[in-house]
Design a protein around this ligand. Sequence first.
Ligand SMILES: Nc1nc2c(ncn2[C@@H]2O[C@H](COP(=O)(O)OP(=O)(O)O)[C@@H](O)[C@H]2O)c(=O)[nH]1
Ligand SMILES: [Mg+2]
Length: 242
Amino acid sequence: MKRLKTYVIVPTYNEKENLGQLIPQLLGSPSLVHVIIVDDNSPDGTGELADLMAADSPRVHVIHRPGKLGLGTAYLAGFKAALQTDADLIITMDADFSHHPRYLPDLVAKAESGCDLVIGSRYVPGGATLECTLPRKLLSWGANAFARVMLGLRAHDTTAGFRCYRREVLASIPLDQIVANGYSFLIEMLYLVQRRDWRVCEVPIVFQNRQQGVSKISRTEIYKALQTVLRLFWKRWARRPR
Ligand SMILES: Nc1nc2c(ncn2[C@@H]2O[C@H](COP(=O)(O)OP(=O)(O)O)[C@@H](O)[C@H]2O)c(=O)[nH]1
Ligand SMILES: [Mg+2]
């Protein structure tokens, strides 16, 4: 069987310590990997480090944006760049090792077995969350339960950013019409994928809280996520068969 060509998109904002370790591990992964770093002019010099790594390896690509424009549009910029290549699989992951590169082969194998979107999931047997504070765990659990009930999402980890999409899945979605930008972009994306009847699967991951750098999730992101779910719920309701 032809090996599927894999591109990994890593959005970064102030991830210099993490990126220096992550990229060599990705390039050494048994799943043949190209990396697209999407950096938003990080004040800590992540973008410059990314350029150095790109100069060193033809498999590292960098997209620079002028300022912090949000996680959702960072993914979109990465998707569009990946779709211009011959990528078969497009993976997204955090730069902070919460999404460990050791799981890449599991994601790829599941996609090869016929899944269109594979989620690296904390909430299936074998998955776990380590070293996160209780409020953070409750927030994630609550957001998931709410999104699943309101939108009829079947996946258990609907807010996970560790995902592997077949290129056909991304090509089928009107990317420019996605409204959510922050973290709730992930919920909207999953909703659009499920609505198109793509096969969504999950593989367990142990999610470890970041060891270096700081989280960029903020209180406004929580309100925006709530807003996103309510907007999609309304859209779903308006379209229900009568
Ligand atoms: N390019 C870009 N990357 C971002 C932005 N916000 C967050 N990130 C990156 O997206 C990933 C997820 O953010 P993170 O702070 O780890 O979120 P958390 O895991 O939910 O705490 C990390 O690699 C961040 O550096 C943004 O506005 N632009
Ligand atoms: Mg993270």
